[in-house]
Design a protein around this ligand. Structure first.
Ligand SMILES: Nc1ncnc2c1ncn2[C@@H]1O[C@H](COP(=O)(O)OP(=O)(O)OP(=O)(O)O)[C@@H](O)[C@H]1O
Ligand SMILES: O=C(O)C1=C[C@@H](O)[C@@H](O)[C@H](O)C1
Ligand SMILES: [Mg+2]
Length: 171
């Protein structure tokens, strides 16, 4: 039985690497954002605009807690903010959970998110000129929580195969 949890900023590659790691290992992949969307029948942007971020964070916490309690064999990609609210970062340190922070630089995140801000409500309202400072400050605020993961894998300039292979070496 394997329990792998991927954390990192928006665009760090959690969803991409989770799927690839699943193909490589046969361990089923799950994505907390997708679980929330399926259970509520609403998209993440709809949840943010209809209920606000605080209600989203409460829902995210409940879904994460029940997923961890109910599952034994998984690769779980968290939402970018999930480890930074409630006591969610405590899950990263539980015995039996291999948690991995996919660490990307501000420059790499800006590049990856360039055409993908629309579906990320915290970024979608920003003007082009505001993106770098927002991500820099946000990443600084969140860094403490991401570093609660048991492993840190740098992702800048590496293709997804290389990253997923590196993670298999941690299992
Ligand atoms: N190693 C990589 N090299 C280059 N591009 C990548 C890499 N990993 C992911 N990407 C690209 O970066 C973008 C964001 O990736 P992905 O959606 O997997 O991030 P995420 O961490 O799940 O983001 P979110 O927290 O918003 O769900 C996608 O376009 C994806 O194809
Ligand atoms: O970093 C964040 O706070 C978020 C990341 C996404 O995965 C979604 O969970 C949502 O857009 C919020
Ligand atoms: Mg994702």
């Amino acid at each position: 039985m394997s329990k792998i949890v991927l954390v990192g900023y928006m665009g760090s590659g959690k969803s991409t690497i989770g799927e690839l790691l699943s193909e490589m290992t046969g361990i089923p992949a799950f994505d907390l954002d997708k679980i929330i969307e399926k259970d509520t029948q609403k998209t993440i942007p709809e949840l943010f605009s209809e209920f606000g971020e605080i209600k989203f964070r409460k829902l995210e916490h409940e879904k994460l807690k029940s997923f961890i309690a109910e599952n034994e064999h998984y690769i779980l990609s968290l939402g970018g903010g999930a480890p930074c609210y409630a006591n969610n970062h405590e899950f990263l340190k539980l015995d039996g959970i291999v948690s991995v922070y996919l660490k990307a630089s501000i420059k790499e995140l800006i590049k990856r998110l360039e055409n993908e801000r629309a579906n990320r409500p915290l970024l979608s309202g920003l003007k082009e000129a505001e993106v770098e400072e927002f991500i820099a400050k946000h990443l600084f605020d969140r860094s403490y929580f991401y570093h609660q993961a048991k492993h840190v894998v740098s992702v800048d300039g590496k293709n997804p195969d290389v990253i997923a292979t590196e993670i298999t070496g941690l299992l």
